[in-house]
Design a protein around this ligand. Structure first.
Ligand code: SF4
Length: 316
């Protein structure tokens, strides 16, 4: 879920910020407005999307993942990881390690030790605030079999820190939010000052297939976001970019606005939308950033069509 690559640069490719760190990486995030501790539950980098703008380096797994996504039927794609294989094949997360990493980094952030490290020394004072623990990382977090338990561990770590403003955030492609075990975990996450940042990159199935390259039906994703927004705090995140020389047409973008509005009219309490464009080298070189003024124009249309508060994140 590399939704905020620009900010994740200092750590995304250096998760061992302290020697031996495996699952937790600190970033200074524009979206969080301070320090976010990213949690990567996807050591195998598996995802059920193959976004053209993804910035996760899947290295040798890439061909296998491409093949699996191309041949996966929707039902399998929505209920299993994309290769249909268990994360126990080298992908289990050691939750004790995760919990100790998050506590150590949270304390380093709260007591200022983090900013003695060269990479963070220049962070301005107003951003030296610990904002959240964010499930993000190198794939869809809810695919990880240990996701529910990881939520409990983070909720517990938050309690032990005794720092009430801290949020728990799930950054997700919204493909599995209705599953009972995920919903139960999200009840716990949201009871711990949690919120969900759900990806909706398109307003129709064709556009979704073109940019996210997934076998999961568009309607499943919309239904999941509606389900989530009726039950929890939800922000919608949307990647906008030029694909093969063109951004979304006005018609496509209006269709997207209409779907967001329908989610709200059905009772979904969407808190805000975040529009962002490509900020670093993407999976496909034909995915290019949109200029700032074009991003502003899309944001204006979305505000007008939905009444939502809309934040924009430019490529630079
Ligand atoms: S959802 Fe898309 S951007 Fe996020 S990890 Fe999967 S392929 Fe990459």
């Amino acid at each position: 879920m590399t939704f905020d690559e620009n900010e994740r640069v200092p750590t995304q490719y250096h998760p061992s910020w302290f020697e031996g760190y495996r699952y937790v990486y600190p970033v200074v995030s524009r979206r969080s407005r301070g320090v976010s501790l990213g949690v990567n539950l996807s050591p195998t980098k598996l995802c059920n999307f193959r976004c053209v703008y993804c910035q996760v380096d899947r290295g040798e797994n890439r061909a296998e993942i491409d093949r699996a996504i191309a041949t996966t039927v929707p039902e399998q794609a929505s209920s299993r990881d994309v290769l249909g294989r268990s994360h126990s094949c080298g992908g289990m997360v050691d939750l004790d390690v995760l919990e100790s990493e998050i506590l150590r980094l949270a304390r380093a952030s709260l007591d200022g030790e983090l900013f003695k490290v060269e990479r963070f020394a220049a962070v301005e004072r107003s951003k030296r605030v610990l904002r959240d623990f964010a499930f993000s990382g190198d794939g869809e977090p809810t695919l990880a079999p240990q996701f529910p338990e990881a939520v409990s561990r983070l909720a517990d770590a938050r309690r032990r820190l005794g720092y009430d403003p801290l949020k728990l955030v799930l950054i997700t492609n919204a493909t599995r939010l209705e599953r009972p075990e995920i919903a139960r975990a999200l009840d716990e996450l949201c009871a711990s000052n949690g919120e969900i940042w759900a990806k909706l990159d398109a307003g129709d199935p064709e556009w979704l297939r073109a940019v996210d390259r997934t076998a999961i039906p568009f309607e499943t994703i919309v239904r999941n976001i509606e389900f989530a927004a009726k039950r929890w705090r939800v922000k919608i995140q949307t990647a906008l970019f030029s694909w093969r020389g063109a951004g979304p047409t006005d018609e496509q973008f209006l269709r997207y606005c209409r779907r967001v509005r329908e989610i709200m009219e059905a009772g979904g309490q969407v808190e805000a939308a975040q529009l962002y464009t490509v900020a670093r080298e993407p999976a496909e070189p034909d995915a290019r950033p949109l200029p700032n003024d074009v991003m502003d124009r899309y944001a204006e249309v979305l505000r007008r069509e939905t009444g939502l508060s809309v934040e924009v994140f430019y490529s630079r």
